[in-house]
Write a protein that binds this ligand. Structure first.
Ligand code: HEC
Length: 159
């Protein structure tokens, strides 16, 4: 399929407009970009993980195709480089990230790697359709969320 020169020009113009005002079109907070970047990442992680748990608990109807979709999206989202959302100085502002993150960067990064590994194993389990195996692995992923949140995330905004 070929697209007309006019259409190409229109696409380029709209891409250029986006580049000029990327933040005006999103909910990313211009003044607290890293904070809102990482919160968006974790919001998507949670939004794809929660329905998997809900299906297991019977709060949502079991649907293997949807389940696989959430597991695949969870895998994809979790591999994004969220560490770039934690630059020095971004422990301030509207955030639940504890200052301990910046004092224990290696440990924090390791806990993130643990989550990514568990998410991959969950994806393998989801492919089998075996509820018990999926349930076990959902628990394992949940443990990795908790391990990091217990140390590095406060329940409330800090500032
Ligand atoms: C390596 C550490 C780490 C891991 C692993 C982790 N989180 Fe978090 N999470 C955080 C931190 C830090 C914040 C707070 C970010 C902020 O407020 O700036 C957060 C925030 C959140 C939020 C709130 C996002 C928002 O809208 O502000 C949700 C939801 C969340 N995490 C879900 C999860 C789930 C589900 C998992 C596991 C699948 C998980 N997290 C694993 C560190 C982690």
């Amino acid at each position: 399929m070929s697209i007309s020169v006019r259409k190409q020009a229109a696409i380029l113009a709209s891409v250029a407009a986006l580049a000029l005002s990327p933040l005006a079109l999103s909910h990313l907070n211009e003044n607290e970009f890293p904070q809102s970047y990482r919160q968006s990442y974790f919001a998507l992680v949670g939004a794809n993980f929660s329905p998997i748990g809900a299906m297991l608990k019977g709060e949502m109807p079991w649907n293997q195709e949807q389940l696989q979709g959430f597991a695949d999206d969870l895998s994809a989202v979790s591999t994004l480089n969220v560490l770039r959302g934690f630059p020095d100085g971004s422990d301030k502002g509207t955030t639940r990230a504890k200052p301990a993150i910046w004092e224990n960067r290696d440990d924090f990064a390791q806990k993130l790697t643990d989550m990514q590994a568990a998410v991959e194993t969950l994806n393998v389990a989801v492919k089998t359709g075996d509820r018990a195996a999926i349930g076990e692995q959902v628990g394992a992923v949940g443990q990795t969320c908790k391990a990091c949140h217990d140390e590095y995330k406060s329940k409330d905004y800090l500032y």
